[in-house]
Design a binder for this molecule. Structure first.
Ligand code: ZN
Length: 259
């Protein structure tokens, strides 16, 4: 059982393209997406089309959901980006319904909230609140009741995104990496023990926040979780963001900082 997991692409087509090429190069056939295809970034259409084409399924993230439910709870940068994205993607916006837009919009509307396959579960956030709840490494120390409840809600492995911070947490409340990766290192393995449960955050393709600006994804191969980091043309994305008035410049500079 070998597949790749991507998440939190956030309309960053340069990063997504680089990650999909890396996956292809490694001969990984199956790709799964944990949500937040859109939001923040400048190329929503390309990203939705690439995910539709390449991924077996994508889950619904909070930014994808905000296309349909509004972004009242988002910070102003995120809200501005979602309102702009909705304007671009919504098929009826200008009165003319084009099939390509209707299909894309329909795909986003029907994204799954949770998928289970054998003893694996997939959600964007957490099983308690699949779209919105964050699970952090710090929950080990400050919120173990929350973690225990979450660990009781899946069979063996839970794959999540949402925080944009790659991590592996075990059911005995221990952290198993990845350690912060130096630029010289572009992959790190975490080996899973058969008698524990794990929460695996696959990191973010299009807006990493662990101070490593490279796109992040996971290759899962039976009991090894392999984190990959992939360089991509960040300056091109920053230039694309700066051309769009609705996208604040900070959405570009944070990519350079990996924040
Ligand atoms: Zn996200």
């Amino acid at each position: 059982m070998r597949f790749a997991l991507i998440s939190d692409i956030h309309s960053n087509a340069e990063a997504l393209g680089a990650v999909l090429r890396d996956i292809e190069k490694r001969g990984i056939k199956r790709v799964l997406c944990l949500g937040d295809i859109v939001g923040y970034g400048p190329r929503p259409e390309e990203c939705v089309d690439l995910v539709r084409e390449r991924c077996d399924f994508s889950l619904m993230g909070n930014h994808d959901k905000a296309l349909f439910q509004g972004a009242a709870r988002f910070n102003p940068y995120a809200r501005g980006a979602i309102d702009w994205t909705r304007e671009r993607l919504e098929p009826t916006r200008w009165g003319v319904k084009k099939k390509v837009k209707t299909d894309r919009w329909g795909y986003l509307q029907k994204l799954e909230v949770r998928v289970n396959e054998k003893d694996l579960a997939f959600v964007h956030g957490s099983p308690r609140d699949p779209i919105n709840e964050y699970v952090y490494r710090e929950d080990i120390y400050f919120n173990d009741g929350k973690l225990r409840e979450i660990f009781s809600m899946f069979e063996r492995l839970l794959f999540v995104g949402h925080t944009h911070l790659p991590m592996v947490l075990a059911s005995d409340m221990t952290f198993h990496g990845p350690e912060s990766m130096s630029a010289a290192k572009d992959e790190e393995d975490v080996r899973l023990a058969p008698d524990k449960k794990y929460i695996i955050n696959v990191g973010s393709v299009g807006q990493p926040r662990d101070r490593d600006c490279r796109a992040c994804y996971v290759e899962f191969d039976d009991d090894v979780v392999r984190f990959h980091r992939v360089t991509y043309d960040i300056e091109t994305v920053i230039a694309q963001i700066n051309e769009i008035r609705a996208l604040d410049a900070v959405l570009g500079t944070r990519l350079r900082d990996g924040m």
